[in-house]
Design a protein around this ligand. Sequence first.
Ligand SMILES: Cc1cc2nc3c(=O)[nH]c(=O)nc-3n(C[C@H](O)[C@H](O)[C@H](O)COP(=O)(O)OP(=O)(O)OC[C@H]3O[C@@H](n4cnc5c(N)ncnc54)[C@H](O)[C@@H]3O)c2cc1C
Length: 404
Amino acid sequence: MKSAIKIAIIGGGASGFMAGITAKEINPNARVTIFEKTDKILAKVKISGGGRCNVTNATFSVSQLIKNYPRGGKKLKKPFNLFNTNHTIDWFEKRGVRLKTEADNRMFPESNTSETIINLLTTTAENLKIRLSYKSKVTAINPTDKGIELDINEQKLLFDKVIIASGGTPKKEGLNWLENIGYQIVNPVPSLFTFNLANKDICKLMGLSIPKAIATIKGSKLKQEGAMLITHWGLSGPSILKLSSWGAEDLAKRNYNFKVGVNWLAKNEEELRVQFSTITASRKLMHKHNPFDVPKRLWKFILDKLEISDSQIWGELTKKNKNRLINTLINDAFEVRGKTTFKEEFVSCGGINLSDVNMNTMESKLHKGVYFAGEILNIDGVTGGFNFQAAWTTGYLAGKNSAI
Ligand SMILES: Cc1cc2nc3c(=O)[nH]c(=O)nc-3n(C[C@H](O)[C@H](O)[C@H](O)COP(=O)(O)OP(=O)(O)OC[C@H]3O[C@@H](n4cnc5c(N)ncnc54)[C@H](O)[C@@H]3O)c2cc1C
């Protein structure tokens, strides 16, 4: 018979629910309570993925999966060997929620609504008799010989195990209650944002998507390839979001003032010069004959920017203008002044330093019986379902290991 241990979960988000359900399924005698500081649970799940909840990403090999985490990737190898995308899909399917894969590998519930995920998590928790305590903010944690004491709404409550699943925090001070008992905190900074441009000329092309571009941060080695979107404030799309994620700490240090390089064709100069040699003999009008894989409106914008007139024919392009055009096509640059939160998915990097956590069990190395799960850890992924995958994985492991 399993022991009737008392488990407290701090935070009613994705990782907290996964931890609670797993703990109770493994040890039905455990008394599990989720303490949530607000009057709402699973608030981020609800708004995630534009209300559809991008549950995970169809990346099935662990070695590929970890490449999508600018922070925590290598350390996630062990946890992902124990619970990865395959386990997530099975976990939801066994409980009646089938996931579907979209062309870009993002996985959503077949119903296309995050309510399906919320219903599953809340109904399962209810059936397992997991207690939910709303408006219960944990303000201090005090590991003692008798158990782990939590300060909740001016009460001191004692538990055998505590899972800290309180999510990301925009400021380091938000984690003072953990720093006070010895945890190393990596300074939190935002990740997954879009770039605001100083000069908005190109923003007249808002809504335009470039299928394959390369974005770089000038003065760094940061570089990402993928689709790019021009918005009414600047640049967005997968290449920019990935760049914001990999560059989160660097760009915060620059106070979001930097130069972004854009290779509109995702080609190198040599390849482009070979392509040019075949077209510069032509008598066709440059404005009408766009031989590159860029949308017509962008092509016109580039020619106008270089003051190449409507009557210019390819065969009479001067060497100087040819070099300017090549340079703009593969080495364009824009000053960035500030960032805009990406509404579909937003995370903060930073949090509990992973060296304080046993990544096989998610138990703290500092205090026996204390576990961590989700975004509170210094783990964050690029956009596409990777952040929830980390929350399911760490939540599952924390729940399982706390219950035995
Ligand atoms: C708009 C938006 C869309 C997103 N879309 C996606 C997506 O589609 N796919 C994806 O992979 N990721 C997405 N993310 C990221 C993803 O939502 C998070 O990574 C994930 O929710 C983290 O789960 P968590 O349980 O660790 O934290 P959270 O979901 O933040 O939950 C933590 C909970 O703890 C509570 N809490 C905090 N402190 C205390 C305390 N002291 N005492 C008690 N309770 C406390 C909070 O109120 C909160 O309810 C999105 C994020 C945002 C903001």
